[in-house]
Design a protein around this ligand. Structure first.
Ligand code: NAD
Length: 409
């Protein structure tokens, strides 16, 4: 079972088995409500034409409008988008947001396109979908390869059809109705979760050694905020390479290096090494914060951390998960560990609908409260069933969506 979609199904089926969900309801929960695939025909700056495949998979809306990012990446395909859409359904349910799940994207490499070309492509994607997204239907957000500027273009293009409606997307620039605290939110959530799990193990965060794969939005904010809690960030990798320092990297200096050079490679505050070794570095906490499917049957046996916090979506294959579980390593599942981003997206949507911006302290405070409550729910369930945190998270989520579906049927 190698594919991401099969892995997402596997975790769902385990939870459905544990909850004794019948076959009829199971089929309803697993089947996406709508899947859209289309070609974006893009006039290039040089006068040529290029075509790119666009997607939106709307998985489930039993608990509210569907929510999920837009990914611009060469790896985007139907199965990846469908897997991520279902993860969004379970993620919004775990942290008890009044949302369902969706995901979208374009199979493209935005780094090979000019800014004007990316803007045109984003507007084409929005034109294809404007009738099936909206504040009460489906609310996109940024993901890999997209950012606040991309959301500004989606909102602007949507406005041509429906009038200015800021709640149609989240992760917008602050000047267009974005929320304070959104940019750091996923890393802040990862930091809360890491502290909660360590506290349960009787380990203070101070002095814990942390290794992080990926130094983009999620990885860099996790590094910064954990370092601010006196954790030692001992190793970091990205597409350009990896750097380690057993005494702790200077994360602000590393962020400055990445800003000026485009990657962690060549940072002189530590020793460079092969990024392939990052996942098996000596550390207390391992945070995969880049891409899916990196912890597998091949390397999970060599992981040295006692705790794995899945900041990326789908970083552990089911076989890798089995190995980590059998070795007694605590895995904090993606659908909970990285839910800080969608939680603050929800706060942004609320602020847009109420036309009432919140102070950053309120955003951060409510995020902390939601993550803490969700962790208490998860650990109570894990204790009651004897399962691990992933089983507990999926059971909590699938149970909530199943109840909403049954009530509406
Ligand atoms: P990003 O594009 O900002 O950063 C990705 C980072 O991963 C970059 O540093 C890149 O160099 C690195 N990377 C890519 N391939 C790698 C590899 N093979 N080895 C090592 N590093 C590699 O993306 P992001 O927003 O930080 O998202 C990272 C992950 O977190 C994704 O799985 C995304 O779906 C998930 N996620 C993001 C958010 C959010 O709010 N941004 C929320 C929830 C989940």
């Amino acid at each position: 079972m190698d594919s991401f979609l099969e892995a997402a199904r596997y975790y769902f089926e385990r939870a459905a088995d544990g909850l004794d969900v019948g076959s009829r309801l199971r089929r309803q929960l697993v089947t996406p409500r709508r899947e859209i695939r289309f070609e974006c025909i893009l006039p290039l700056d040089n006068g040529e034409i290029a075509t790119f495949t666009g997607y939106r998979v709307q998985h489930d809306e039993a608990r509210g409008p569907m929510k999920g990012g837009i990914r611009f990446s060469p790896e985007v395909d139907h199965d990846e988008v469908a897997a991520l859409a279902s993860l969004m359904t379970w993620k919004t349910a775990v942290v008890d947001l009044p949302y369902g799940g969706a995901k979208g994207g374009i199979e493209c490499d935005p780094h090979q396109l000019s800014r004007r070309e990316v803007q045109r492509l984003t507007r084409i994607w929005t034109d294809q979908l404007h009738d099936v997204i909206g504040p009460n239907i489906d609310v996109p957000a940024p993901d890999l390869g997209t950012n606040a500027q991309t959301m500004a273009w989606v909102a602007d293009q949507f406005a041509l059809h429906h009038g200015w409606t800021p709640a149609v997307v989240t992760g917008k620039p602050i000047d267009l109705g974005g929320s304070l605290g959104r940019e750091a939110a996923t890393g802040r959530g990862v930091t809360h979760v890491t502290k909660l799990v360590l506290a349960d193990r009787g380990e203070p965060v101070t002095g814990r050694k942390v290794a992080i794969q990926g130094f983009g939005n999620v990885g860099s904010w996790s590094a910064r905020l954990l370092a601010a809690e006196d954790a030692l960030i001992v190793a970091v990798s990205d597409v350009t390479g990896a750097v380690r320092n057993p005494d702790g990297l200077d994360v602000d200096a590393l962020a400055g290096h990445v800003e000026s050079t485009g990657g962690v490679s060549g940072f002189d505050g530590g020793e460079g090494f092969s990024g392939d070794e990052l996942l098996v570095e000596p550390c207390d906490v391992l945070i995969p914060a880049a891409i899916e499917g990196v912890l597998t049957a091949d390397n999970a046996g060599h992981v040295q951390a006692g705790v794995v916090v899945e900041a990326a979506n789908g970083p552990t294959t089911p076989a890798g998960d089995e190995t980590l579980r059998s070795r007694g390593i605590t895995v904090v599942p993606d659908i909970f560990a990285n839910a800080g981003g969608v939680t603050v997206s929800y706060f942004e949507w609320v602020q847009n609908i109420q036309q009432q911006p919140w102070a950053e302290e309120r955003v951060n405070g409510e995020l902390a409260a939601r993550m803490t409550k969700a962790y208490a729910d998860l650990s109570d369930r894990a204790a009651a069933t004897g399962g691990d945190l992933r089983d507990a998270a999926y059971q909590l989520a699938v149970g909530r969506v199943a109840r909403a579906t049954t009530l509406r049927t």
